[in-house]
Structure formats: structure tokens, C-alpha cells
Design a protein around this ligand. Sequence first.
Ligand SMILES: [Fe+2]
Length: 384
Amino acid sequence: MNDQTKAFNFVLPSTIQYGKGRIKELDQILSGMGAQKVMLICDSGIVKAGILEKVSALIGADKTVVVFDEIEANPKDYNVMHGAALAASEKVDALIALGGGSPIDAAKGIAAVALQGGAVRDYAKKPIGSNCLPIIAIPTTAGTGSEVTFSSVITDTTEQFKFTIKSPHIAAKVALVDPEMTYSLPPAITASTGIDALTHAIEGYTATCTEPIAEALGLYAAEYIGKYIVRAVKDGSDEEARDGMMLGSLIAGLSFSHADVASVHCMAEALGSLYDKPHGLCNSIILPHIMRENLPYVEYKYARIARALGVSETDDRKAALMGIERIEAISAEIGLPNFKSLKIDPKDFRKLAEMSEKNGSNPSNPKPMTADDYEALFYKIHEA
Ligand SMILES: [Fe+2]
């Protein structure tokens, strides 16, 4: 268990509005905020899937909508800067972030830079003031949890490094979480984003800086995701599974935003920065490997995760190992590829290892990890 004498704060700046069909409340939320001109932030996939059109149609004729659909995967610093310039010149008074983690993370940067100026990179080091544009976050994947986190991970395209900006001021004012938004998600994205959510649950539960509420949320989220991920991937029309994944992802987001992520994300973000590989996919490949590294440090917690995933073994060490095997079996069943398919050049392993060590979440990993440890692990995963 966690140290029960440890002091902690639990702040939740976002109002969560969860439920099937609640996307229809969007206009009412905007009116409640007094918004008259809004910027809708998304990526080209959302436009092609017809989701932008569907959501735009819900916004009342009394409001003006400016669309910014240029967000890329692993959102880039220039995506934020272009979006912020447009929001400032159009003088919008609210942002709608529609999509997976990339548009929602980018919106958080835009919210600050549009009103406070400067480069988004600067906010990794300096405090973010309270004058940010309000965000309504509408997730379309059950994965990132970004709709309830205070942080945003952006790629510095000059240095090829991901940096994080973090403040309650950039958190969404409203997380409008409607599981129906995920019903048309293709199986491969359901799989990789679902394992990303499971990683958030496990890392939030076990991070060195975690606290009791984040632990409880992480464990509970793991149970939802373990129960429903295979069903949601195999049959996208299984509404119970889709709803369960949306809740699991949301609760996992609450867990890690109040604790942290750890080494799985350190390695995945390095891969995302250098090779622009999808975040969820990288996490899904790395997760069981980091869990084997961490096992001696968090055996009891991994045993509890295993039981949340349906393992009934009573011995903690055996249960913890069975839990890792269960995650590997789930990944295989939902068709996630192996590391080799990412085509990472081993010559880059040292650089990737150094980037992983430099990641702000590295100290949150249960096992202290050095660049040498990461390098050895990249080789091990490559050979697996
Ligand atoms: Fe993640």
C-alpha cells in the first residue's frame, strides 16, 4: 500500500459531463460560458470521418465557428503556434478540442499562447498564468485521458524532443465525454489507444509520486479496460464494451493526472519524438517489458492489477507475473504489432535511451532507470 502519512492535494479543475448522447449538450455548454465565437480544433482524420461536420451542426447559429484542422499526430510546436495565432487574430472566446490526445493536447497549448503570447516551448519552464481560453474537450478515442489531465505533451521539432506543459489553467473547463463518439473507431486504433489507457492506469497506480486517490482510480480503471478491451476491438458495435472502455480511459486519465506516468511513456515519447510513431502503439509494445523490470519493486501492486484483469492466483509474485502474461496475451489477441514492425534503427537506441532518461516522468518509475538501463531494454525489446 501507499504511505498513509504522505500529504497530497487532489484538484479537479474540469467538470466531467459523461454519458451516451450528451454531445447534444455542446451548444448549451457554450452558451453557459458566454461563448460567441469558438475555434474548433481537430485533425484531418476527424474531418474525413465526418465527425467535424456532425459536431459543427450542433452549434447554434448565434455563434461563429472557426475551424483549425491542422493538428498532426504527436502534436508539433508549430501546430500550437499556428492555432494560437489564428485564435488570437479571430478573437475567439472558447476552444472546442475534438479528437484523440493530439487535438486536445494541442488545444491546451493554444489556450495559453493565444492570450499570453510567447512560444509554447517556453511554458515548459515558466508558469502558465490563469488567463487561458476555456476548452471544451470532446474525446473521440478511449485512450488518452487528455480530457481530464492538466498536462499537454508537445513535440519540439527543432530538437526532436517532446516537452510537457502542465497547469490546472490549461485543463479543459468541461470534459464532454460521450462514448457514442468512439463507436466508429477502427479496430487498430481501438486497440492501441486502449492499451495506452491501460498504461495510464498501471503507471498512475504505481508511480513513485502517486497518492491514495490516484491509486484507487488506476486500479478501478484497469478493471474496466481489462474487461472490455478485447470485446471493443473485436466488435466495434458492442456498445457495452465501448462504454466500458470510455469510462476506463476517463478514470485512468484522472489517475495519472494526479500521479504521473512513468518509464513506458518515457520510452514511447522518445520513439514518438524521433520517429513520429503513434503514441498508443509504442506504449502497447513497451508496457509488458517495463512491467518485468519493475516487478521486484511493485510486486504487491502488480498482483492487484493482475487480479483486476481477472487473474485469481493468491500468491502475489505468481499473480503479478500472470498479470504481465495476461497483458501480453491481450495485446496479441487484439493484433498489436511487435517492436520490429516500427523499423527503429538500433543505431538510435543510445539516443532514445538518453531521451527516455531525460523525460520528466523518469523519476516516477518504480525502478530507478538510467540511460544504460533504457538502452539495454531497447535491445532486449528489439530481440523479443
Ligand atoms: Fe499515454
